[in-house]
Design a protein around this ligand. Structure first.
Ligand code: 5GP
Ligand code: MN
Length: 323
């Protein structure tokens, strides 16, 4: 891991842009804000931060996230000295921000997805890391960066959310040690948990109950799925937040379910697939649809209506003899 090159690049750059991925989650946002504070505290430099889709309301508490600007507010002809993508497995995952990435003098890709395509000048990618935020703490340690309580709060959120609150199989000894190190700065873990998991809107909770209620179980309950239609979202006063966050895990939590997935209608013939598995490698299913992710948690965009997308996914599961 060539962290020295990262240090040199930060030192020699006047303007730095931090980039998060489309449909941002706690890891990409926590990593982006955490990195913002690490650079501010250790190099006395201010970075810009870009988001390419709505920030879920539950993450609005992240220190400095309010300074992140939507890609629409950027001058796309601008040339940054340094662009750093955080938790962005492939360039297309940062959507329109690719333009700024491509124009930059130097690019860095810090990520933990096994499907990462090593698309930057400097790629710091470790699929063994439970979260990009965990990898950032490792980088900080290697470069002897001070981690303030504020930076630690952001990075703790990244690790907590990508490990399902330290319950998923990506949680290692190192993950817990890293979280412990962050807590030692004075982070209030219970408060951060409440912010992320006990601040959902009533509409979202009722919507998820509705989706679970109409879920379909197949193959002796080894497969569970549900479809999310746009019209249903509207019925529950959808406000642009990620109403499906955590929904796939709810289906996987049913005893006996090996593979769970949610297909969400995006537009007439485009659907979003979100998959979870207990032990089967489902990233192969998602890469078949040019998606990606991790062995047990992956996703893709499928060019089909929801019903056809479900058929295609079930066929792919069968062809791969996963269930
Ligand atoms: P989720 O189901 O929570 O949206 O995503 C689960 C995992 O799969 C995350 O690590 C996410 O980055 C990845 N993922 C989700 N959708 C896509 C996609 O369309 N393309 C790629 N490459 N990865 C995805
Ligand atoms: Mn992540």
């Amino acid at each position: 891991m060539s962290v020295e090159q990262l240090d040199i690049s930060i030192k020699s750059s006047k303007n730095i842009l931090l980039v998060s991925h489309i449909n941002p989650d706690g890891d990409t946002l926590g990593s982006m804000c955490g990195f913002y504070w690490l650079i501010k505290d250790n190099y006395k430099k201010t970075c810009e931060m870009v988001v390419v889709s709505k920030i879920p309301s539950v993450y609005e508490f992240l220190p400095q996230i309010s300074c992140a600007k939507f890609i629409e507010e950027y001058d796309l002809s601008r040339e940054y000295d340094l662009v750093i993508n955080l938790d962005v497995a492939s360039k297309d995952r940062c959507s329109e921000a690719q333009v700024l990435f491509d124009k930059a003098k130097m690019t860095v890709n810090i990520d933990h997805h096994e499907t990462n395509t090593n698309y930057a000048d400097l790629n710091i990618v470790n699929p063994e890391s439970a979260a990009t935020s965990e990898l950032i703490v490792e980088i900080a340690d290697k470069l002897n960066w001070k981690i303030s309580k504020t930076a630690a709060e952001c990075l703790y959120v990244g690790i907590m959310t990508d490990t399902g609150c330290f319950r998923f199989s990506n949680t290692t000894q190192k993950t817990l040690q890293t979280a412990g190190k962050l807590l030692s700065t004075g982070v209030n873990s219970a408060q951060l948990y409440q912010n992320c998991y006990e601040s959902n809107s009533k509409d979202m909770v009722l919507f998820q109950s509705y989706c679970v209620g109409k879920s379909v179980f197949l193959n002796d309950d080894k497969i569970a799925y549900t479809i999310v239609y746009k019209k249903d979202l509207e019925k529950f006063n959808y406000n642009g937040d990620d109403f499906t966050d955590g929904l796939t895990e709810k289906l996987r939590a049913v005893k006996g379910v090996e593979i769970a997935f949610v297909v969400k209608e995006l537009s007439a013939n485009v659907s979003k697939l979100s998959m979870r598995s207990r032990s089967k490698d489902i990233v192969q299913i998602c890469t078949a649809f040019t998606g990606g992710g991790h062995k047990l948690a992956a996703g893709a965009v499928i060019k089909a209506n929801p019903e056809n997308a479900v058929k295609l996914v079930l066929e792919e599961i069968k062809n791969n003899k996963l269930c």
